[in-house]
Each structure stands twice: as C-alpha cells, then as structure tokens.
Design a protein around this ligand. Structure first.
Ligand SMILES: [Zn+2]
Length: 268
C-alpha cells in the first residue's frame, strides 16, 4: 500500500461525501441551485464554508451567521466516505492486480468508488426521509452493471468458465432482491419498502455469489437489529418504519471486503 494513494483517497472521499449529502438534499427539495445554504437563516455558504471536514471543525458545526447547528449529516457523510474509500483500497479483494495497475482491475476499483458515492446519496436520503429516490436506485443498478461487465471480462481473460459466473449471479439475485421482494409483497409493504428490494439488485450483482449474498442478507439484518433495537425500544410507536437502506449497504461493504475469507470458509 502506498501512503500518497491513501491520502488522495481520503481527501477525495471527504469531498464526494459532502457532494453526496448535497445531492440528497437537492433531489428532495428539487433544488437546482449550485450553492448550499443554511436551513435556518438562508445564509449562502461561501466556498470556504464548504471545505470538507476542515470548515466543519473551524466553525464547530455551526452556521457562520446565525450559529445554529448545521451539517451533522454532512460531517458524518464526509468522514464515512473518506473511511470507505481508504478501506476499499486496503481491503480490495484482488489487491495484487490493483497495485500492479491492471487496467481492468483499476477500472473496477474506480467503478466501485463511484458506486460508493451513489450508495451514500441513497443512505443519506433513506436515513432522513425513509425512502429512496428511484432515479438514484436506477443509477446504482447501471453502475453495478458496469462493474459486472468489467468483472466478467476479467474472469474470461483468466480462462475461467463463464456459465458458472451466470449461475452465481442468479443465485445472488434470488437471495437478495428475491427475498426482499417476497418480504415486501408478503408484508403488504409494511416491513420493507420496494426501494430496499431494488437496492438489493446492484448489491447482488456486485457480490455475484450465492453465499456472499446469503452473508450480506444476514449481516445487514444483524447490523440493523443491533443498531435499531435500542432506538425502537425507546420509541413509543412499535411499528415505526426503519430506514433499512444504510444497513443493507453496511452489510454489503463488510461482505465485499471479506469475500475471499467467506468463500474459503464455505467451500471448506
Ligand atoms: Zn444560519
């Protein structure tokens, strides 16, 4: 691993985390204006108020003009994406090919980072408004498909058998979007939203394996339960909708980074 790459990825991740958070707001408010502003006093943020992490630290997470707390979600998104960019580099499954600069592997890595930005928009949106915009869900499927094409070419070039790849992807699709679609229908749209089922499509094709999909399903539910149990226990309403998108993405990340270990474990 190289330190300069880690630094560049962390800065890029923080900047794109801020971008993702802005995009979520813009889609929600149908706001095309390029600059962000304070929700309380409408103060237009200047460029120096928009430097990821640094501006937040200098201003203590408050608006420059009215001193109302702003941008808790922004700082979280910035730190989270900076961390995920670095983790993606550190835990990349074919790290040898990536470090050697294999063109296809680097293209896969870049596609993966793009997908992380798309996922961050979805996670912020879901956490705030408990739904996910269809346009961004479709975008994540397109990015997932690009990732799959690159992976397929890479696998074919190493001379592996292609039909096996198709079977593995079909298995992943049955487990993740299949299961969530079933839950969505069976619960009459009360347990899971249709957005969760759609989000499972890019997750499944990027994992591309039955067992990885299975681990992602259980992992996401486990993370979701651990985080949400104390929250729902404190709330009076027992049937509050839980934004499940962020947990699906968290489960996916863990399984993606540990995929070699999981595959070794199940084929043992
Ligand atoms: Zn303000």
């Amino acid at each position: 691993m190289r330190l300069e790459i880690i630094v560049v990825l962390a800065i890029l991740g923080a900047g794109l985390g801020s971008f993702a958070c802005c995009q979520a707001w813009r889609i929600r408010k149908n706001d095309k204006s390029a600059r962000s502003h304070c929700m309380n006093c409408k103060y237009q943020l200047k460029w120096y108020d928009n430097i990821p992490v640094i501006s937040w630290l200098i201003l203590g997470g408050k608006c420059r003009k009215c001193h109302k707390k702003i941008g808790t979600a922004e700082i979280l998104a910035e730190l989270c994406l900076a961390g995920l960019f670095v983790l993606s580099y550190a835990f990349w499954p074919n790290s040898k090919e990536l470090l050697e600069g294999n063109v296809l592997e680097v293209a896969m890595f870049v596609t993966f980072l793009v997908q992380l930005v798309v996922f961050m928009i979805l996670a912020v949106y879901d956490a705030k408004w408990k739904e996910m915009p269809t346009s961004i869900l479709l975008l994540s499927i397109v990015v997932g498909a690009v990732f799959l094409v690159l992976k397929t070419v890479l696998v074919l070039m190493t001379g592996k058998f292609a039909p096996e790849l198709i079977v593995n992807i079909a298995g992943a699709l049955i487990i993740l979007p299949g299961f969530y679609y079933f839950m969505y229908k069976a619960s009459k749209e009360t347990w899971v939203g249709s957005g969760d089922a759609i989000l499972c499509v890019p997750l499944a094709i990027m994992l591309g394996d039955f067992w990885l999909a299975m681990f992602c399903l259980f992992g996401s539910n486990m993370i979701g339960s651990i985080v949400m149990l104390p929250v729902t226990a404190m709330k009076k309403e027992k049937h509050a909708m839980i934004p499940f998108g962020p947990f699906l993405i968290a489960g996916f990340m863990v399984v993606f980074f540990l995929q070699d270990a999981i595959i070794n474990f199940v084929s043992f």
